[in-house]
Design a protein around this ligand. Structure first.
Ligand code: GDG
Length: 534
């Protein structure tokens, strides 16, 4: 893997969090000595370590490069262990790289994170323009927080730096960074959520500033190419001075060239596979006891953040229709819905949580009996081993998102289906669908009758068909895991940093930066064959 020599990662969430913990002294991660530099009593401080997803994937890379990670310090002991520059060496026992923490006031977090990020950009990018909620000052705070992160990047950057920002919390920072670090350094970003059509983006109150901010990047990554195309469509519509080259997916604006790419993210397939294999019968038995799941039922599963984009009410309606039309499955099939509450201070999330809970109650009252409930619902956060035990045992998993950048749960389920006998029902509105549609059962989450029929199809697949599909899905997931994604990212970053635009694995070798930058053409080739996002 071609990892840049000087890498700076910027994300909202940090890889390590220091917390005061009264039980820390009995916990292996506890720091028990007073800090020599700050003098703080760290006897009762424990450290949370990265446990999954991108953070866990990037941490070893940063450890190898001795780079810098800049993130919001949200742990209550975070600033009692940092030095005068708000830096701390991590991982705690080895101190291989620098974690620079940004101290944000409650007002800043409320406006930047729970405000512009999650009341404007999140609903907008998922096509829920009607849920966009504009509050006074949220955007100004968003700008201020982006500027704070950009200043921190400038303090750490050198002429050879590669700065890699994560996600929609930092739409304005790339331009600020671009203007304050040497031009030989590279600025890149990965946008983990979808990008909307121009018709939806029109509802973005500060849309022009968002686009201009993102065009400070040299490289802007999305999960799938249609999001990159939608981004280019928005630039063309709302920044008429920008030269957009659809073929090369480049934008030349104010003397700078940005390239937009689609690179679908994978999961740590080996780790889900291993955890599922080691999930013993006792663990599963305890889970069934805890949640009152009868032994020997056919098991369906949903695992989501409690978010209106995940299509949970639509899934419940389809299940209701399924039980209505297939009374023989009552008592034989139980659906476990694990929903993790998220962003609960935002009214749209609070309303959505109430709706989901009341729908579960209603359906259970309608079909439930003394010894069987059709839906087992929990908001508990499960340890990864429990989650993998459920993944392995579930006969089917439903992902019914109304719009989803990628969806990792679908991929985790496949990786943990070590017995090869599970079935994935996957919404055609997820990024993951592009890769998995052939061997998953595709669903349109809003077509209730069809959706209910697909549940029936999944339950009645022949064992051979089920095994063949899962086998093919597993090959795809293992070949395109998080390591392979990371390798593609660093390949792109290195090429952009070295001034070569050629796509990784491209045979042509003709697609260089200058030809994109100077192109006056506004080529639209290929745009009509791609579907609009929302
Ligand atoms: C965003 C984009 C994109 C959930 N409950 C528990 C638990 N989880 C874990 C899952 C999975 C993660 O949370 C959810 O990831 P998703 O990808 O499904 O969805 P978002 O949170 O919306 O993620 C999405 C992703 O960013 C990455 O770019 O794919 O499209 O929306 O990893 O396993 N994990 C544990 N216990 C739980 O109770 N341990």
């Amino acid at each position: 893997m071609r990892v840049p020599d000087s890498l700076t990662v910027v994300s909202n969430r940090q890889p390590y969090r220091h917390e005061y913990d009264t039980e820390a002294e009995t916990n292996g991660n506890a720091e028990t000595e007073p800090d020599a530099e700050t003098g703080a009593d760290t006897a009762a401080i424990s450290v949370d370590e990265p446990t999954g997803g991108l953070t866990a994937g990037l941490d070893p890379v940063l450890q190898e490069t001795s780079g810098t990670w800049i993130a919001w310090g949200d742990g209550d002991a975070d600033f009692d262990v940092t030095d005068a520059r708000d830096c701390v060496g991590v991982p705690p026992e080895e101190e291989c790289y620098t974690l620079r923490r940004i101290d944000l006031s409650d007002d800043a977090v409320d406006a930047y994170y729970r405000g512009f990020s999650n009341r404007v950009l999140w609903p907008l990018c998922h096509g829920f323009a009607e849920l966009v909620e504009e509050r006074d000052d949220d955007f100004e705070w968003y700008r201020t927080v982006n500027a704070t992160f950009a200043d921190a990047v400038a303090e750490h950057a050198s002429s050879d730096s590669v700065v890699w920002l994560q996600d929609y919390h930092f739409a304005l920072a790339p331009r600020m960074i671009r203007e304050s670090i040497p031009s030989s350094a590279t600025v890149a970003q990965f946008w983990h959520i979808p990008w909307p059509s121009p018709a939806t983006f029109e509802y973005c109150p500060e849309g022009k500033q968002v686009l201009e901010g993102l065009l400070g990047n040299d490289l802007l990554g999305f999960h799938v190419e249609r999001y990159a195309d939608a981004f280019l469509d928005c630039v063309r519509r709302y920044l008429p001075d920008a030269a957009v080259d659809r073929e090369r997916r480049t934008v030349h604006y104010k003397g700078h060239t940005t390239r937009a790419v689609g690179t679908p993210m994978g999961v740590d397939a080996d780790s889900y596979d291993q955890r599922a294999r080691t999930a013993d019968a006792d663990r599963l038995h305890a889970l069934f006891e805890r949640y009152d799941i009868p032994q020997n039922v056919t098991l369906g599963l949903g695992v989501d953040r409690l978010d209106y984009t995940k299509g949970i009410p639509e899934r419940l309606t389809a299940l209701e229709r399924f039980f209505e039309g297939n009374p023989g499955w009552r008592g034989e099939f139980t659906f476990v819905q694990k929903a993790t509450p998220s962003r609960t201070e935002i009214p749209a999330y609070a309303r959505h949580g109430d709706l989901v809970r009341s729908e579960v109650d209603r359906i259970n009252r309608r079909f439930g009996t003394d010894d069987w409930q059709p839906i087992v619902y929990t908001e508990d956060i499960l340890p990864a081993d429990d989650l993998c035990a459920l993944y392995r045992h579930a006969d089917l998993l439903i992902v019914s998102s109304l719009c989803d950048g990628m969806n990792l749960v679908a991929q985790e389920y496949v990786a943990a289906s070590v017995d090869g006998d599970g079935t994935l029902l996957l919404s055609d509105r997820t990024g993951a669908h592009e890769r998995l549609s052939e061997n998953a059962i595709s669903i349109n989450p809003t077509a209730v009758e069809e959706f209910a029929d697909r549940i029936e199809d999944a339950l009645t697949l022949s064992p051979q068909d089920r095994a063949r599909r899962m086998d093919a899905l597993r090959k795809t997931i293992f070949e395109n895991d998080i390591d392979s994604w990371m390798e593609t990212q660093f390949e792109w970053l290195s090429r952009v940093h070295d001034g070569h635009w050629t796509a990784p694995n491209s045979q042509s070798g003709t697609d260089d930066a200058e030809s994109g930058a100077n192109s006056e053409s506004d080529s639209d080739s290929g745009s009509h064959e791609r579907t609009s996002l929302v």
